[in-house]
Design a protein around this ligand. Sequence first.
Ligand SMILES: *[C@@H]1O[C@H](CO)[C@@H](O)[C@H](O)[C@H]1NC(C)=O
Ligand SMILES: *[C@@H]1O[C@H](CO)[C@@H](O)[C@H](O)[C@H]1NC(C)=O
Ligand SMILES: *[C@@H]1O[C@H](CO)[C@@H](O)[C@H](O)[C@H]1NC(C)=O
Ligand SMILES: *[C@@H]1O[C@H](CO)[C@@H](O)[C@H](O)[C@H]1NC(C)=O
Ligand SMILES: *[C@@H]1O[C@H](CO)[C@@H](O)[C@H](O)[C@H]1NC(C)=O
Ligand SMILES: *[C@@H]1O[C@H](CO)[C@@H](O)[C@H](O)[C@H]1NC(C)=O
Ligand SMILES: *[C@@H]1O[C@H](CO)[C@@H](O)[C@H](O)[C@H]1NC(C)=O
Length: 528
Amino acid sequence: MREDMAGRLVILLLVTWMVGTAVGTEGLETIDILIIKSIDKFTAILDWNYQCLGEDVKVPFTAVYKKIGAPENESQECVVINCSCNISSDLLDYSHNYTLLVSATTPEGKNLSNSQDFDPNYTSKPPPHVSITSSDGLVMVNILTPDPPNLEEYHLTLRKNDSTEQKFKFSRFRSYIIPPNELLLGQTYCVKVQVYNLKTMELSQFSPEDCFTAPPQELPTNLRTEALDLTYLLKWDWDFDQSPNATFSVEKCYQDVCTKIKGCENITNSQCDCSVLYFGGNYILRASVYDRQREVKSSSVIQFAPYLETVLGPPKDLKMRIENNVLFVDVSKPEVFKNAELDSFCDWLTHLKYWNNSTLNAEEEKFPFFMIESLEASTTYCVKAKMKCPDYNTNSLYSEVNCITTDPRSYLVAWITGFTFLGIVVISVVLYICFCPLKRYVKHVFFPSGKLPSSIDKGLGDSPLACIKQPFLSHEEETTDLCYIVQTSDPEELVQINCKNSSNANSQDSGNYSNDGQPTVETVTNTQ
Ligand SMILES: *[C@@H]1O[C@H](CO)[C@@H](O)[C@H](O)[C@H]1NC(C)=O
Ligand SMILES: *[C@@H]1O[C@H](CO)[C@@H](O)[C@H](O)[C@H]1NC(C)=O
Ligand SMILES: *[C@@H]1O[C@H](CO)[C@@H](O)[C@H](O)[C@H]1NC(C)=O
Ligand SMILES: *[C@@H]1O[C@H](CO)[C@@H](O)[C@H](O)[C@H]1NC(C)=O
Ligand SMILES: *[C@@H]1O[C@H](CO)[C@@H](O)[C@H](O)[C@H]1NC(C)=O
Ligand SMILES: *[C@@H]1O[C@H](CO)[C@@H](O)[C@H](O)[C@H]1NC(C)=O
Ligand SMILES: *[C@@H]1O[C@H](CO)[C@@H](O)[C@H](O)[C@H]1NC(C)=O
């Protein structure tokens, strides 16, 4: 897997380089070919117009190789997958040079071709030389190459001597300390190294393997770290009864150099504060003991990466408030995040877990401020939060659980609305039932012999239909009514006016506003 990834990385670098070299050249209508040699094969990396950088490679390359000068029918195919093809070294005749012919049809239907010669005998740099030393608890791989070290990267392969399973490590330095947690006591391991030249992008052949046996654990024993927030304690066991006059020192080791950690030199207790280390660092720590009584010195090593191993304290300040049926939760970062190094180490997320007592479901979100909507009444909502760095799977502890209970549902508004409505209905019914008897009563008392004045008559009506229709009287009917009121003062005139108005068909048709028929016509008749 890792080898595959490394290979892809190299290819990506190469393609990027090819693109880089192609920039500025006018004609992109050519196929780029780069042939690199590794231990057992030649790899051709192809590109056209940067197409191979895209996610979706569309150019179908065809590649064949043959000895230079050989006829076409002796060509062998080099199967192209993802813009590259491999030619196994076994298939080549080392007494001849070869040519690789590549062709492709662009999506526009253009035929392109290019070729590149290569020499099977071509050897890149000689393989590096590797030696392994084991002293004072450290197992170190020392790499020797003829080139200046600043242009090189070293690809190390570590395997158990009785296994083919390999672990890959990268180093920019020629001294590489094998992390102690990679090694099992007494197990034999073999290491080989390949050099990658960052300038020529050539990968050397592997060095011959060098094997070693992982050294046994030395004193002091049980080396361990206890890291909380940014306080890192390195601890170890020591038998003070047997050796009371021992002194300890702690160093951090990098490449082939170990430097003493301040405050951890010649100490007499079995722990030391290494909080000077960087949060994002990955360290190899060495604790050495000097037993004066027996004049013995020994060391033991441990790997320590604070960002992976530190227990980060929980967020302490969770604020919850409910507004308009929405629960707002604000989570403040823990105090320790005031440390700029820690805070900038990662795009920290605040991770909230919440649940309520009625459904018991727990949900999580990943935002700095939280809103929980559609709260249920009389329900207890509980939350807890932690900080999370997804890139490194680093988490703080969860905060304490904070809870808040929503109010019982308020029915006051519903009650008021309901009663108001009910009141209106009841009053309407009462009025409806009382109207007609009231009219009869009014007529009986005030107008025992005659008719009710039409204003009262209309106002009261005496059939339910009339009561309802009253407010919708047409304009013409009202005019007619006016005629009636002034009739006694000037009948002649009124008759004329009245006749004109009452000739309107509307007033005749709408006779059902009165049981007495057509009052206007009758009135006219009376006055004449
Ligand atoms: C290729 O063709 C030549 C004649 O043109 C013939 O002599 C030769 O045997 C062929 N080679 C192969 C591998 O078919
Ligand atoms: C192959 O090519 C190299 C140059 O790249 C040349 O030095 C060598 O002589 C050639 N070999 C043959 C067999 O033609
Ligand atoms: C490209 O090559 C194919 C055969 O490989 C041929 O059929 C086609 O006509 C060619 N197109 C052009 C534009 O030359
Ligand atoms: C691997 O090393 C162990 C000693 O650590 C040895 O006994 C064993 O024979 C070795 N196996 C191989 C395959 O070399
Ligand atoms: C430890 O050192 C003290 C003086 O530094 C000495 O008196 C004592 O005897 C020593 N203890 C042992 C066990 O050597
Ligand atoms: C620690 O002890 C060594 C000798 O055992 C001495 O050389 C060194 O100076 C001491 N360091 C400190 C800080 O006391
Ligand atoms: C949830 O908690 C509230 C307040 O503690 C309580 O009144 C209610 O009955 C609880 N609901 C359930 C389903 O337990």
